[in-house]
Design a protein around this ligand. Sequence first.
Ligand code: ASP
Length: 342
Amino acid sequence: MKQVVLILVLFINLPVMAQTKDSAKYVLVIHGGAGTILKKSMTPEKEKAYKEGLQKALDAGNAILKKGGTAMDAVEATVKVLEDNPLFNAGKGAVFTNEGKNELDAAIMDGKTLKAGSVASVTTIKNPITAARKVMERTEHVMLIGSGAERFAKMNGCVMVDPSYFHTKERWEGLLKARKADSLNAANDSTKKALKQPGNRDDKYGTVGAVALDIHGNLAAATSTGGMTNKRFGRVGDAPIIGAGTYADNNTCAISGTGWGEYFIRLVMAKSVSDRMELAKMTLDDAAREMIMKKLPALGGDGGLIGVDKQGNITMPFCTEGMYRGYIKSNGETVIKIYKED
Ligand code: ASP
């Protein structure tokens, strides 16, 4: 009799169980930087390489989310793949400072707990995003910088590398070009305009980021960058600043930004999107578009962002010529785009 009851209970619950499984939805969205990315200046080989790089990153995060893994694990793994790819301005392939160094910034945030970790101006941590996560999980702090962050990363098992690991020919040439443009600006401008410029606008793209919603309903965001070409004086951008380039809150959204960091900091970009949703009851897309397409250019900045909300809605606005971007959903839908007209 007991067995019959058990079978009956199972039978009755079957549709419910199936439904729970089907609705276990996840979303992963990525970017590989916004900037002057024009189809006419891209070769088919380069375009293919970028798309393959983005696909590999999506695959890494998807493998985790598919198995019921967390959004935090997925965004870290995804960003790590992009950091290891020299095409992008994060980890290997990062842009150079004016002094010819690669100084890296990264942040990660957990939407469930609002815990966050970040590192800035690090030069010897192979994957800054992993160090950022360790800051979040193993310290009472949110942000560690420079040699202190490096000491912490080493003590906590991060892979450390010689600074030369980050050097790539393309980025070095980008610096030489930017330095030349800056010295021309300085020569033409008695106010020494070059000192005011955070970096070269044309060579700045390539920052990477990922945001995810996992099947447990949790959101997470991660961003990693080399910053802006030719940056000086220990400049730190928006990426490692929680609320500016990176933010996640289960009540609203997860955001990762890319663009002219100074403007993202001044607009508190990522948190402003979240606030518009929470306080003004705007949708994710409306909130993100208002910030990126109106507020950002109105102030003189540019860039883009990726976002996902707790329902799995996606946004990927940018006010530049292009933004490397893409997403994958639990139903398998995959999109990878580069240009404005895509
Ligand atoms: N937002 C980054 C920074 O300002 C650069 C970028 O996204 O291209 O450091």
